[in-house]
Design a protein around this ligand. Sequence first.
Ligand SMILES: C[S@@+](CC[C@H](N)C(=O)[O-])C[C@H]1O[C@@H](n2cnc3c(N)ncnc32)[C@H](O)[C@@H]1O
Length: 222
Amino acid sequence: MIEDKGSEHELRSYGRRRGRKPSARQAALLRDGLLQITVDAAEVADASLAWLEIGFGGGEHLLWQARHNPRALIIGCEPYEDGVIKVLSAIETEGLKNLRIHMGDVRDILRALPQGALDRAFILFPDPWPKRKHRKRRLVNSSLLELLARALKPGAELRIATDIGDYARTMLEAFRSEPGFAWQAESPADWRTQPADWVETKYEAKAIEAGRRRYYFRFLRT
Ligand SMILES: C[S@@+](CC[C@H](N)C(=O)[O-])C[C@H]1O[C@@H](n2cnc3c(N)ncnc32)[C@H](O)[C@@H]1O
């Protein structure tokens, strides 16, 4: 089991951890269900394919990938309890065997995994923190990229989406100073279009409805 430690210098990158009070069934899922699918660094190291979704929200994309890729061991990381409950319920109903969940900060997972353990990682619409004074809370920055560069194996793919132009720009700047990644884009179509194996998330649907441009980035660990 990976502890929720954090680094004392790290700012919180997420908003609420709790929404509505869980029902008795949901509380039991959080207590017992979560324990059965906790992340075990040794299992991830042994998996032939290990993927990680960071901040899965309501789990739409995480569950879709788990259903369509039964051979991949997929870790979902999300501090928001309501999202974790949704995913735990789906795992129970559908009998999905290939998901592991960490209800907490992804930076704890990335530090606990062995070097080069991951074959793929997703960060779909990280919290935008639009106010200038909050921007330092944005998750995708050079210290996260350092952690990801260590945990992803050479050739691994990292997918990131955002609907905030200014965040997209600072992300690309952070990648430019991190030699471990190569941006896979040859023309604007490459970052304007969703990858084919992708399912729309709840946050993405809101961005589309509000008419905000979305940026879809693909990087390879070099
Ligand atoms: C804007 S929401 C998007 C959720 C989902 N990916 C979607 O597209 O609908 C961003 C999510 O990232 C989660 N998050 C923020 N910081 C995180 C961290 N350090 N580790 C893991 N998840 C984080 C938040 O709790 C939130 O659910």
